[in-house]
Design a protein around this ligand. Structure first.
Ligand code: ACO
Length: 328
């Protein structure tokens, strides 16, 4: 198994404001019991005025660079995975580039919704394997609270804000790093999960589109079914590619959307609970930020040890889905 890029520093940033299920009971017709049973979420973080996607991304980036002991000047590339950027132009990645002082880095955003972080890791891995870049900052950062319809109880209880960052370098050790990444999409199902307004087809001040189409709309049951099936298939794809089986895994870090999706994946792979990382009770679905936020906490809890085989797997709007197998 030849390895590519290695993650040498992780960092997280979360807004300080906590929105609990009890708080949501005051906003829409819902209950802590319904949200907990159907999703596993207990609370989520929400930005306050003055906080933004780029500010969260910068904070996460600075922590990851400090952990990696790498100066911003050394970065060749910055990729921010997000579908909730500060602006349509410029990209959030260039705001990060400026604010951390990464004078030598190229910078762009990547939009693949909840699979965005793994998509960005995959791009970074290809740059490093091709010797085009040596040090890359990959960030998943979202402010979903501004894209949520706070009158729609079927979606507003699910999402939260946050950012996670990873610094990648070339592996000097064949035993450590990204073994393979696997990216998929099915655009024929795009209509099941959308934010239609504010793009160039339906500009912000137009009156063609109903107000709710400017926010996240989802056919939850359909998304659920596809997510479970696709995440199992892409997880097995990564294992098969590397001649591994689920028993070889030390930890699976899945996209944190719904505890029932994560449980279904765990059962299908035949894994015990302790091999699947879960923190969605604290943050809800933070889309592209969910996997790096989970990686940061898994590392802090001592659940990522050198030599461990770690599987990342995600599913999101588009649909997109992806996996990455890493030797930690
Ligand atoms: N509180 C109380 N009742 C609710 C709520 C709520 N917050 N939301 C929905 N309900 C009601 C519905 O109105 C419905 O009532 P009815 O039976 O009287 O019609 C009932 O609860 C059941 O609704 P369902 O939608 O069938 O509930 P389900 O068990 O499917 O759970 C959920 C909904 C949590 C959204 C689930 O379908 C899900 O997690 N889907 C996948 C989400 C996901 O994975 N997203 C990943 C991608 S996200 C991205 O890319 C940005």
């Amino acid at each position: 198994m030849k390895t590519g890029a290695v993650i040498c520093g992780l960092g997280a940033a979360l807004p300080s404001r906590v929105l609990t299920n009890k708080d949501l009971e005051q906003i829409v017709d819902t209950s802590d019991e319904w949200i907990t049973q159907r999703t596993g979420i207990k609370e989520r973080r929400i930005v306050s005025p003055g906080e933004s996607n780029s500010k969260l991304a910068v904070e996460a980036a600075k922590k990851a660079l400090a952990r990696a002991n790498i100066s911003p000047y050394e970065l060749d590339l910055i990729i921010v995975a997000t579908f909730t950027p500060d602006y349509l132009m410029p990209a959030t990645a260039v705001l990060v580039q400026d604010q951390i002082g990464a004078k030598n880095a190229g910078a762009f955003d990547l939009a693949a919704t909840c699979s965005g972080f793994i998509y960005a890791l995959s791009v970074a891995d290809q740059f490093i394997r091709a010797d085009r870049s040596r040090k890359i900052l990959v960030i998943g950062s979202e402010v979903l609270s501004h894209k949520v319809n706070w009158e729609d109880r079927t979606t507003c209880v699910l999402f939260g804000d946050g950012a996670g960052a990873a610094v990648l370098t070339g592996s000097t050790n064949d035993q450590r790093g990204i073994l393979s990444t696997h990216l998929h999409a099915d655009g024929s199902l795009w209509h099941l999960l959308t934010v239609k307004g504010c793009g160039s087809l339906y500009p912000p001040c137009g009156d063609e589109l109903p107000r709710e189409e400017y926010y996240i709309k989802m056919q939850g049951r359909e998304v659920f079914k596809h997510a479970v099936r696709a995440m199992e298939i892409v997880a097995r794809e990564a294992l098969d590619r590397n001649n591994c089986s689920p028993e070889d895994l030390a930890l699976v870090v899945p996209h944190q959307a719904n505890i029932r999706i994560i449980e279904a994946l765990r059962e299908r792979l035949g894994l015990p609970s302790e091999k699947v990382f879960v923190n969605l009770h604290k943050y809800g679905n933070t889309s592209a930020a969910s996997i790096p936020l989970a990686l940061v906490e898994a590392e802090e809890e001592g659940r990522l040890k050198s030599g461990d085989l770690v599987l990342l797997v995600a599913f999101g709007g588009g649909f997109t889905w992806a996996s990455a197998l890493l030797r930690w």
